[in-house]
Each structure stands twice: as C-alpha cells, then as structure tokens.
Design a protein around this ligand. Sequence first.
Ligand code: AMP
Length: 190
Amino acid sequence: MILILVGPPGAGKGTQAQRLMDKYGYVQLSTGDMLRAEIKAGTELGQKADAIIKAGNLVSDDIMVGMIANRLEQPDAAQGVILDGFPRTVPQAAALDGMLSSKGKSIAAVIELKVDAEVLVARILKRAAETGNARADDNEETLRKRLGVYEQQTAPILPYYADKGLLHSLDGMAEMDAVSAEIEAVLAKL
Ligand code: AMP
C-alpha cells in the first residue's frame, strides 16, 4: 500500500499520517522530518537544507528523489508507506512513478487535504505559540512564502494524479476525527 498525502503546510498531513501509522502499521515517510534529522545531525546535506527551509523554499528535486529512493529500499517500507511531504513537484511525482514501476509497485491513492490559506496561517501560528517551541520555518513571513510555493510548485501534482484517477480531495478544514474517517472511507474502497 502506497499512499500519498498532499496539502499545504499545516493542513494536518502529519497528524493524519501518524494516525494511519498507529492504526494500520504503515510507515510514515515525512521528507520534512528526514531533512530536520539531517540538520540536527549537522550533515553537509543538513547544512544546505537548513538555509533553504528557513527561506521557505524547496530542496532540489535531485536531493529529495535520492532521499526517498533510499528510504523506500529499507525493509520496513515493504509493508506499506504513507508519503507525507513528497512528492512536492511534478518532476518528483514523475521520478516516484519511475521508482515504483521498476519495482512492480504502484500508488494506491493520493489524498489531498484541502484548506483555506488564511485559516491555515492562523492554525500554524497558534501551533507555534502553543508549543512555545516554534519551528524555525513557522514564522508568518516564511509561512506565506511556503503557501505560495505550494500553490506554484506543488499544486500542479494534483491534476497530474487526477489524470491517473488516483486523486481523492477531502475537506481538510473539518475536525481531525472527521478527516480521519474520510480517509478511512477512501481506503476502504480501494
Ligand atoms: P514539511 O515538514 O513537510 O513542511 O517540510 C519542511 C520543509 O522541508 C519544506 O518547506 C521544504 O523546504 C523541505 N521539504 C520537505 N519535503 C520536501 C520535498 N519533497 N521537496 C522539496 N523540499 C522539501
């Protein structure tokens, strides 16, 4: 089972991926978490990614495709994966297709969490204030930049997947439990 969660920053992808992991035992692959781990470890890649993430831009397709290709090779990924934050561009989506088809695998569904940008900004700033430990990329200016990058670079993957009949768009503004229920309803029909 290969499931892709798509949505702008703060749409609840991480929360929903975590729930699916707890319930079905799928592995959550968050490229944002992987990059943050590289930054924490102080690797060369981490140092490069740090500045890019802080500016609200995307890390290059080559780096991200290489990262996810390695991760999909790990034994735990064989059970099923939820991709959270990848692909984020059409070239990444095309590279993923190539990777999977060479292994005889395919994407089961792409779930889009649709949200209103202004509500998102409020939601994320609230998260930052509540944790008191704001992610460096959660300040308002960067957030608006990331939303713009989402619209320009990531949103084009939605028609890409719609054309393949894989796209399921859900209301990401609903209560978290309602969103989870909708996702489960999509999975039940696969
Ligand atoms: P996230 O935690 O998914 O919001 O990711 C945090 C940041 O990491 C993003 O704003 C990007 O700068 C970078 N990033 C994560 N995933 C990708 C990806 N698939 N392609 C390019 N950049 C990414």
